[in-house]
Ligand binder design. Structure first.
Ligand code: BGC
Length: 373
């Protein structure tokens, strides 16, 4: 267990040094440099017993530490120790995803009669904004303290035509740590031409601590009666399907591993779970409960609430033992999972899905709250 823990024990989320519930001013340090000399900074912040480390590169959550039931801290998100590792090839560890979370079929869509061809980086499709998505952008980061909250404001302007998307998109993402130790993400974007937007974050969770082995014993609940089945290229085929009677039924808490080896065509296509759940609550003005993940062994629990109508549950199927995390352990298939709040994949080509269109004069807004217990 010691290899999974770091920092002092913190039984009560207050008291001992380093376990204060009070927000601390975010601290900035040099993390490394890109090949062209651009400095990448790492910001460390803490509030309500949660510790977060964020990079200016990709808005990446490099580390997110929470205590277990004994008060022992662990970093529960996969990542790397150096900027070189992130640049060399990260499967979006902890990154901000844009302009479009998940896939757009053939990397193509038509808006107001004009067809746009995106950067294609996943077979024939465009994934997570294309080859050079927001996960590889250098963001402007500003710290803030607001009452009992502490946080970071991240800004990035994506120029007209970037990765094939129309319109200059001004993006602002706010990471807040609340006094209750919640990590809240507020996304905002505006455009100067009609475009599509679907922003999310790609933390890979392992509540036993990164390098802590398989997440197949984690228990997951998703507040969704339907999901969007996919084709072999993981593009939704169209109409949502009921989860009832399928491995996709997470309406009651179930371990990730319980049905993952069922001979179900959808699981075969994705090598596990890698699908969009249609949240029963739909798109909401305020964040509402979407999913709960817990690790019975450590007692750590994550509860996700969002304004978004969908949730991509990805069971780390493509982790293949070729990357080494800060724990010194290699990451194998199923060693982490992602819960990405989003609009549905390929929405620009599916008129029946909630719209991802953004027009000049409108503001894209999305909020997701991660609460820990
Ligand atoms: C996608 C997976 C993809 C992964 C990249 C997930 O959001 O759904 O298909 O392989 O991101 O690491």
């Amino acid at each position: 267990m010691s290899s999974k823990s770091s920092g002092p024990a913190c039984h009560e989320r207050a008291g001992p040094l380093g376990c204060s519930t009070k927000g601390r001013k975010p601290v900035k340090e040099l993390f490394g440099k890109l090949a062209d000399g651009t400095e990448i900074h790492r910001w460390s912040l803490e509030n309500g017993g949660t510790r977060l480390k964020v990079l200016s590169y990709g808005g990446i959550v490099q580390s997110l530490e929470i205590p277990d039931r004994e008060g022992r801290y662990a970093n529960v998100s996969l990542g790397f120790d150096t900027i070189e590792d992130y640049v060399a090839g990260s499967p979006y560890f902890g990154a901000l995803i844009g302009r479009y979370g998940n896939r757009i079929g053939a990397g193509r869509f038509t808006l107001d009669g004009e067809t746009f061809q995106l950067s294609v980086n996943d077979g024939a499709n465009s994934l997570h904004g294309g080859a050079d998505g927001f996960d590889k952008a250098v963001w402007d980061v500003e710290p803030f303290e607001d009452g009992s909250d502490v946080g970071l404001r991240l800004r990035y302007t994506s120029v007209d035509g970037e990765q094939g998307y129309p319109g200059t998109l001004a993006v602002r993402v706010t990471y807040t740590l609340t006094e209750r130790g919640e990590w809240r993400i507020d996304y905002e974007a505006t455009t100067d031409k009609v475009t599509v937007v679907n922003l999310t974050n790609h933390v890979y969770w392992n509540l036993a601590g990164e390098g802590g082995g398989s997440i197949h014993d984690h228990r997951l609940t998703i507040a969704a009666s339907r999901f969007t089945p996919v084709d072999a290229g993981l593009i939704p085929t169209g109409e949502p399907a009921e989860v009832a009677g399928t491995p996709f039924d997470f309406r009651g808490a179930k371990t990730v591993g319980e049905d993952i080896r069922e001979a179900d065509r959808q699981l075969l296509y994705a090598k596990g779970f890698d699908h969009n759940w249609v949240l029963d609550k739909g798109r909401t003005a305020d964040p509402e409960w979407a999913a709960t993940l817990s690790d019975p062994e450590s007692g750590r629990t994550l509860k996700i609430s969002t304004t978004e109508p969908g949730l991509q549950f990805y069971s780390g199927n493509f982790l293949d033992g070729t990357l080494v995390g800060p724990s010194g352990k290699i990451y194998r298939q199923g060693d982490a999972l992602c819960l990405e709040t989003q609009h549905f994949p390929d929405s620009p080509n599916k008129t029946s899905y909630p719209s991802t269109l953004l027009r000049p004069g409108q503001t894209y807004r999305s909020t997701t709250v991660h609460a820990f217990d």
